[in-house]
Write a protein that binds this ligand. Structure first.
Ligand SMILES: Cc1ncc(C[n+]2csc(CCOP(=O)(O)OP(=O)(O)O)c2C)c(N)n1
Ligand SMILES: [Mg+2]
Length: 358
């Protein structure tokens, strides 16, 4: 049975063991769906809804999900919850049987329909838990599509934390991603389109998965979605290289494990990297002015810590014969030191490199 232990780091290593473990999680999850459905249809459990058919995509999503990240999703995500170590099969069945003991069903204490997941955010004494050190999910709610506006809120919070450069129990400098999941038929709702538009306008770190099984209940796509193809409809939101706004759109078969893993790791790296790029852009802006315009502590920072000062001010001082010999010697020594350090760091990184977003 799956344990609740959360893996220490993202499982980007595709070792034999980790792939077999993924298979085990998918198999257990499929059996839980089949057994759970029998329990409902034979009257031993109340209404139930299950995630069979969506196992493989969720294994891949769990591989790219990191501590500090947030999920805002819906009732098909049991495999993701098991794979990320955010829930166990015991908890899954406790909720199916409406067990009111929160130690058995920590998601809702038997109060929600099955497969309605949630993270407990408070310690028993009422203080906040450290959300940067755990895999987080907001509480699932039953109106389909209602997870989407909340997804935008979670992603926007990260962007604001990023701008504040926050380092607290809620955010690691805004480095987290908000992950959304939604069914194809629910994408016919206004909430979905408003949220996609808002995410695109705000440029927030949000990664949305649409589990498109061609149906909503038993009604096929042609009665719900114009042209029956969501990727086609979403094309207007696609980001083109000249513009910052918009989304990257990927379409992958739900059974294609290698492509799914590759796509999720790639997409998550891009969403996180944009943050790095933004940070770098911000840092280099400081080089647009001579270091003399900054207060003392910052002048020291842009000269020695992030040496854009050297790149801009030192050559200008040399050209106007205002460069002191001492500053020049310090600059040269510092350059040699930096070169030695970066070379050591590069080799150190190469020795530890293990995957696309490791
Ligand atoms: C606002 C709202 N309308 C209707 C329902 C009833 N309902 C529950 S699931 C569902 C179908 C959803 O289909 P889809 O989004 O494709 O998800 P799937 O179950 O196929 O993964 C409907 C209509 C609901 N829960 N909320
Ligand atoms: Mg569907």
């Amino acid at each position: 049975m799956a344990t609740r232990e959360q893996p220490e780091r993202t499982r980007t290593d595709f070792t034999r063991e980790s792939i077999v473990e993924d298979y085990r999680v998918a198999f257990r999850s499929r059996q839980a769906s089949l057994i759970g459905r029998k329990e409902v249809l034979t009257g031993k459990a109340k209404f139930g809804i299950f995630g069979d058919g969506k196992e493989v995509a969720q294994l891949a999503m769990a591989r790219a999900f990191r501590k500090g990240d947030w999920r805002s999703g819906y009732y098909r995500d049991q495999t993701f919850m098991l794979a990320a170590g955010m829930g166990t099969l015991d908890e899954f069945f406790a909720q199916l049987y409406a067990d009111p003991d929160v130690t058995h069903d920590p998601w809702s204490g038997g109060r929600s329909m099955n497969a309605h997941f949630a993270s407990r955010l408070l310690n028993p004494d009422g203080s906040w838990k450290d959300q940067t050190d755990s895999y987080n999910t907001s509480a699932d709610v039953s109106p389909t599509g209602s997870q989407m506006p909340r997804l935008v809120g979670l992603a926007w919070a990260s962007k604001l934390y990023r701008e504040m450069n926050a380092d607290n129990q809620f955010s690691n400098h805004g480095d987290e991603i908000a992950w959304g999941t939604i069914g194809n038929a629910s994408c016919a709702e206004g909430l979905f389109w408003e949220s996609i538009n808002a995410g695109g306008v705000l440029q927030v770190p949000m990664l949305v998965s649409i589990w498109d099984d061609g149906y909503g209940i038993s009604v096929s796509n042609e009665f719900q979605i114009t042209k029956g193809n969501l990727s086609e409809l979403l094309k207007g939101f696609q980001r083109d290289p000249e513009q910052k706004q918009g989304f990257d759109i990927y379409t992958v078969k739900g059974w294609d494990y290698p492509s799914l893993c590759e796509t999720y790791l790639h997409a998550a790296a891009i969403v996180r990297m944009e943050h790095v790029l933004e940070l770098f852009e911000g840092v280099y802006q400081t080089g647009r002015w001579p270091v003399g315009v900054y207060p003392g502590w910052m002048r020291y920072g842009v000269t020695f810590l992030v040496p854009v000062g050297f790149a801009v001010t030192v050559p200008a001082q040399a050209a106007t014969s205002r460069l002191h010999g001492g500053t020049f010697a310090l600059a040269a020594g510092f350059a040699v030191l930096l070169f030695a350090f970066t070379r050591w760091f590069w080799r150190f990184g190469l020795r530890r490199y293990s995957g696309a977003s490791a």
